[in-house]
Design a protein around this ligand. Structure first.
Ligand code: AMP
Ligand code: ZN
Ligand code: FE
Ligand code: FE
Length: 288
């Protein structure tokens, strides 16, 4: 890994709510000049095989996922996202938990559609499932249906308070975050807290919880992310320093569902090397 390496450890494909297929994603990552890219779809490893098959020469692929978690120490419980890298995709308990969360996402999505339809909004659940194309269903797919129906013009507007951000926002049955860390570590993976200070998405967890998560096996914090202000990035960095956690930066690329570009934020080689070193080798980084 040279100091000039460009490492983006958080991206989404059509296996969840991104708009590029896993094969298109790895090609786009190479075209964007990345040396390392992680595929981290929500609650699924379905994109791993097609991404590996299409891996361009010179690009390294880190197989990962972004797990939908919840901290039950607040009332109401707080949602949070855990990036998990290089874990065994066949670890039975983790596999079962991911399948359960994907089912809970569908159940929540259908309830959101029922609420919208009760208010006379012309969106349909089968249409949204078709839009998700077999990938993990998320609110961005419902946002697309609102755009198609002419009710909003952008995904950002669909996530506003009148729509999916508040009025039609429903919780889903996520994984208890301490259990998620335990399962990821048991599967040989490395857990990193995604966008931990993204206040613009809603309530955030207290720093005391992050200290408890570190004690429970959390490896790192994602500091450089478009949803963090410069002050929030600095705060996350300082907290990671205090707790001995590694720090990542990443685009959280979603294709045309977001405006951010691949490689817009990157991770330093030293932090990446720590992730690879901590992974227990059940799944290795593969280079094209
Ligand atoms: P879900 O996982 O179904 O709750 O949907 C969350 C996903 O929606 C996140 O992964 C983001 O990619 C996306 N998202 C959340 N807030 C926004 C926003 N304000 N604008 C665009 N996309 C968003
Ligand atoms: Zn997403
Ligand atoms: Fe996230
Ligand atoms: Fe993400």
């Amino acid at each position: 890994m040279s100091a000039a390496s460009r490492i983006d450890l958080h991206t989404h494909s059509t296996a969840s709510d991104g708009t590029l297929s896993p094969a298109e994603l790895v090609r786009a990552a190479a075209e964007a000049g990345l040396d390392v890219v992680a595929i981290t779809d929500h609650d699924t490893t379905a994109g791993w095989a097609p991404a590996l098959d299409a891996l361009p020469a010179g690009l390294s692929l880190v197989r990962g996922a972004e797990l939908s978690c919840r901290w039950y120490g607040a009332e109401p419980a707080l949602p949070l996202h855990l990036l998990a890298y290089l874990f065994d995709p066949d670890a039975p308990e983790l596999v079962a938990e991911l399948a359960r969360v994907r089912a809970a996402r569908e159940e929540r999505g259908e309830r959101i559609v029922t609420l919208l339809r009760a208010d006379g909004v012309d969106v349909s659940w089968p249409e949204i499932l078709t839009g998700a194309g077999g990938g993990t269903v998320g609110r961005p797919h419902i946002a697309q249906a609102l755009i198609r129906a002419g009710l909003v013009s952008t995904t950002t507007e669909a996530f506003g308070p009148d729509w999916l951000g508040e009025r039609y926002r429903l919780p889903k049955e996520d994984i208890d975050v301490f259990r998620a860390i335990r399962l990821v570590r048991a599967a040989g993976g490395v857990p990193v807290f995604a966008h931990p200070r993204a206040t613009r998405r809603g309530r955030i967890v207290p720093d005391e919880l992050i200290a408890d998560l570190a004690a429970a096996g959390l490896a790192g914090l994602e500091a450089d992310h478009e949803d963090h202000s410069p002050a929030e990035r600095a705060h996350v960095r300082a907290l990671a320093g205090e707790l001995g956690l590694l720090v990542t930066g990443s685009s959280d690329f979603h294709g045309t569902h977001k405006t951010v570009r691949l490689g817009a934020f990157t991770t330093a080689p030293g932090a990446y090397e720590r992730i690879v070193a901590e992974a227990r080798g059940v799944t290795e980084v593969v280079s094209g």
